[in-house]
Design a protein around this ligand. Sequence first.
Ligand SMILES: Nc1ncnc2c1ncn2[C@@H]1O[C@H](COP(=O)(O)OP(=O)(O)O)[C@@H](O)[C@H]1O
Ligand SMILES: [Mg+2]
Length: 253
Amino acid sequence: MSVLSVRNLETFYGAIMALRGVSIDVEQGEIVTILGANGAGKTTLMKTIAGLMDPEKGQISFMDKSLVGLDPDQVVRGGVSLVPEGREVFPYLTVEENLRLGGFTRKGGLASDLELVFTYFPILKERRRQPAGFLSGGQQQMLAIGRGLMAEPKLLMLDEPSLGLSPLLTQEIFAIIARLNAEEGVTMLLVEQNAHIALETAHRGYVLEMGRIVMTGASADLAASEDIQEFYLGRTGESQRGQKRWKRRKTWR
Ligand SMILES: Nc1ncnc2c1ncn2[C@@H]1O[C@H](COP(=O)(O)OP(=O)(O)O)[C@@H](O)[C@H]1O
Ligand SMILES: [Mg+2]
């Protein structure tokens, strides 16, 4: 069953058309990744699903209900959490206060969710009384994911969780993302610049280029595709030829 189904979505910034008829599906229990260069429209897609931007056209249905026109808090109540690009934790609030805010849609009973978050991110428990601004970048990303989980989402959307993190921390965070999916059954939509780790972690993927989906498939098939290898995985020896072909392709549009 499709949990999330997006059809022919068009979103604008003034006269700039950022999404040009995007259609994607996410099934229960999946991790689905969106690959795409800077400016492809990945963040716009997530913001539109989250109710932070209104689409000009198209449908977004989540568990058979339309999300179009809902306010962001109603989307959260409906079961969709966004962990935004750049984390956006509240630096002057403590770690625990940030987490509790993530549960704002729920009536009490946050203790068991806090414990769940602390099971996956023990460092957050150690630092629960400290201002979030004192955390390292990796810890702030953990906090942002933890805050997203506090709403007990049926779909967790992650926008560039590895942004600005070392390769080691990126590995650590993605291992936890994979565990949350495998052990807690959290369905996820994952935007990630690091195509290697995105395709290792996700079951399926879509490639977004200039506001359009140009390719989709199982992660293993995408990773085996020559185009993906050249343009997103930067395979050695191929990369220069890839760059040239990439430039040619851009000028066709
Ligand atoms: N606030 C904005 N105002 C105008 N254009 C924007 C704004 N944010 C993004 N865009 C444009 O929309 C397109 C998609 O951006 P975005 O969704 O942020 O891409 P991505 O997340 O894939 O890097 C880009 O061409 C970008 O320049
Ligand atoms: Mg982005």
